[in-house]
Design a protein around this ligand. Structure first.
Ligand SMILES: Cc1cc2nc3c(=O)[nH]c(=O)nc-3n(C[C@H](O)[C@H](O)[C@H](O)COP(=O)(O)OP(=O)(O)OC[C@H]3O[C@@H](n4cnc5c(N)ncnc54)[C@H](O)[C@@H]3O)c2cc1C
Length: 325
């Protein structure tokens, strides 16, 4: 059976799928777990279903809010999502894989043509505008909403996670973060509505940053790519983790069923690319000055649905027939 390079979401989803089929699994992971990771920590309900064999505990997220300096739109989510930290989620999945028999090798692995490659996104330095991600957890009053606060070309998401904590995570242009000395506190304070939302909450960890972020094709690694290693995923819609889990499972099935890595890649493209093109477009468009007024007129549930892969695409775990491959 192939090596799996990277033991985060995509890697563990692939490992669990192979273990379910009675295969031996070797996972390579270069980072020490548990660890904090820049992520909105909004887990799509379809991902929760795909991972139904693992017990996940977090906070229910039932509502969404799109918030601009001059406008706001709130709507109920079609079904509740799960707020869960990457500190907890990644460890739970890795524990499950190891308990079920995976061998974990705590070192860097090298992608090769027969490997399942789940090593995440490789940062690419671009000329011109660069984006960075940031995140911290807060304690204090909480609610059941994922709230997106838009500012210029980026946004900050605020949502509950486990243990009564609130995750605050977003992306911003490098020059905007440089202007506040890459201080998360100063960045939050510079945005009136976001600052008001976080007023009275207590930050429980140092801000962490990641980047430069790049959304688009990078030089592909060899092997059965899955998750962010595919370089398709724009995190704007909060479905990167769903795609990591789904494509990790697909990579395992491709290996089990003898498909080539090219066939696997084509299936991932077909499954994911249309919605992510929408989501990238929306991320860019939502920063345009006239958009708040326009977006107020568009039904939130429609925006939500357009910007993410439809859940039916990921229901193979519960259906009789396998996904279309
Ligand atoms: C600002 C921001 C906010 C986001 N918010 C959300 C959200 O709210 N909801 C959502 O669903 N998604 C969100 N995402 C996207 C989500 O974080 C990713 O899509 C997801 O983490 C991808 O999982 P992965 O397993 O593919 O990769 P990763 O989580 O990046 O894991 C890759 C793993 O591989 C390991 N690794 C790398 N190279 C090697 C090597 N050579 N050998 C061994 N190990 C290696 C790394 O240490 C890491 O553990 C967000 C992303 C950003 C940047």
């Amino acid at each position: 059976m192939p090596d799996i390079i990277g033991a985060s979401l995509a890697g563990c989803a692939a490992a669990l799928e192979l273990l379910r089929a009675g295969q031996t699994v070797t996972l390579y992971e270069k980072s020490k777990f548990p660890r904090h990771k820049v992520c909105g920590e909004f887990l799509d309900p379809a991902a929760v279903r795909l991972l139904s064999e693992v017990r996940l505990e977090g906070a229910a997220i039932r509502e969404s809010a799109l918030i601009w300096p001059t406008a706001e739109q709130r709507f109920a989510l079609p079904e509740p999502a799960l707020g869960i930290s990457r500190y907890r989620l990644d460890q739970v999945l890795l524990d499950a894989a190891v308990e079920r028999g995976a061998t974990l090798i705590r070192t860097s692995g090298k992608p090769h043509p027969r490997a399942i490659v789940a090593h995440g996104r490789k940062p690419v330095s671009q000329r011109g505008q660069r984006y960075f991600g940031y995140k911290a957890h807060f304690s204090g009053r909480t609610n059941a909403a994922v709230e997106l606060y838009f500012q210029d070309a980026g946004y900050t998401g605020v949502n509950p996670i486990e243990d009564g904590l609130t995750n605050v995570c977003g992306i911003a242009r490098e020059e905007e973060l440089t202007a506040v000395g890459f201080s998360g506190d100063r960045w939050v304070a510079s945005q009136a509505k976001l600052a008001a939302r976080l007023d009275g909450l207590e930050r429980k960890m140092d801000w962490i940053f990641t980047g430069p972020l790049f959304y688009g094709p990078t030089e592909a690694s060899t092997g059965y790519l899955c998750g962010d290693a595919l370089s398709f995923v724009d995190p704007f819609t909060g479905s990167g983790m769903l795609c990591a889990v789904a494509t990790g499972q697909l990579a395992a099935r491709s290996v089990l069923e003898g498909r080539s890595s090219e066939q696997h890649l084509n299936e991932c493209r077909r499954l994911l690319l249309p919605s992510f093109r929408w989501s990238t477009l929306m991320r860019r468009a939502l920063a345009w000055p006239f958009i708040p007024n326009l977006a107020r007129l568009l039904p939130g549930p429609l925006l939500y649905r357009l910007s993410r892969p439809s859940p039916e695409k990921f229901e193979w775990r519960n259906s009789q027939s396998p996904p279309r491959l």
